[in-house]
Design a protein around this ligand. Structure first.
Ligand code: T3D
Length: 265
């Protein structure tokens, strides 16, 4: 299993915990960290026993976005930041949204810049009550990236998206919950226990069905009503042929808990 200095991976029954591990820099991303995360995601996706993922940060932050220490203007030509998005951030957030199993973010502290948007692309976002979300980009003259300009208006509406992006002020976990930006704010000392319990629940779930739910909701961002109905028909057909669906119905009729395998066929 991948273990990079800046990306720690722990295996649990049915799921993995990936921890951003550069606490002295509030887990800000370097190229090395991107490569470590990419390898950890490849590894998790290739493992049929991995049915959910938990993302969190070491120390007092979740992630402070891009590490700015090597972005200070020097004597050479200015860096092409579009290339950085093309090579690293865009593939990462596309990947997170497309993973065929649920991804839970346990936002343990500040999530800033791309770090905030990476968290918000996860399927379920739990945040410690002390955590904050900061669209920090405007403070340094940048545009919210990693899908931020797409995601924010969809999650919280145009007015709040504009305020968050243009003012770049920290938003508390509780307000984030109230606004519908995240699933839930939880007491700091309960965060990891709640996140792990949720991953365990997903790891015992009908994985193919859960992946199909993700696909349906993803497509709904683009589709009109009729197209979405057609997609639901197709995905329901696929779900209806899984052994987990048969088990789910059997368990319901027998008044017992289902024992989902997470496999198709
Ligand atoms: O460049 C590209 O590739 C394009 C892509 C860009 C994607 C992006 O994410 S751009 C946005 C980058 N991130 C930021 O602008 C956030 C910068 N950080 C902050 O605004 C604040 O640090 C926080 C709001 C996140 C937290 O504030 P606070 O007061 O809790 O902590 P602090 O004292 O500012 O930071 C603690 C240390 O972490 C400090 O180092 P020191 O003084 O103890 O040696 C600070 O410099 C360091 N740190 C925090 N964020 C970053 C960082 N070092 C490098 N890069 C960071 N992003």
């Amino acid at each position: 299993m991948v273990d990079h200095p800046s990306i720690l991976v722990a295996s649990r029954p049915g799921y993995r915990v990936i921890t951003f591990n550069r606490p002295q820099r509030l887990n800000a991303f370097t190229e090395e960290m991107h490569l470590g995360l990419r390898a950890a995601l490849d590894d998790a996706q290739a493992d049929p026993a991995c049915r959910a993922l938990l993302l969190t940060g070491a120390g007092r932050a979740f992630c402070a976005g891009q590490d700015l220490s090597d972005r200070v203007a020097g004597s050479g030509p200015p860096r092409d930041l579009g290339q950085s998005l093309e090579n690293f951030y865009n593939p990462l957030v596309r990947r997170l949204r497309a993973l065929p199993f649920p991804v839970v973010a346990a936002v343990n502290g500040t999530a800033a810049g791309a770090g905030a948007n990476i968290a918000l692309h996860c399927d379920i976002v739990l945040a410690a009550r002390s955590a904050k979300f900061v669209q920090a980009f405007a403070k340094i003259g940048l545009v919210p990236d990693s899908g931020g300009t797409w995601l924010l208006p969809r999650l919280v509406g145009a007015a709040r998206a504009r305020g968050l992006a243009l003012l770049a002020e920290p938003l508390s976990a509780e307000t984030a919950q109230e606004w519908g930006l995240i699933w839930k704010a939880v007491d700091d000392d309960r965060l990891m226990a709640e996140a792990e319990a949720m991953c365990l629940q997903f790891a015992k779930g009908p994985t193919i069905g859960l992946g199909l739910i993700k696909r349906a909701l993803e497509a709904a961002e683009q589709n009109g009503f009729d197209r979405q109905l057609d997609l639901e028909r197709d995905l329901q057909r696929e779900a209806g042929f899984t052994s987990d669906y048969a088990e789910g119905v059997r368990a319901f009729m027998e008044k017992r808990a289902p024992d989902f395998s997470g496999r198709g066929g």
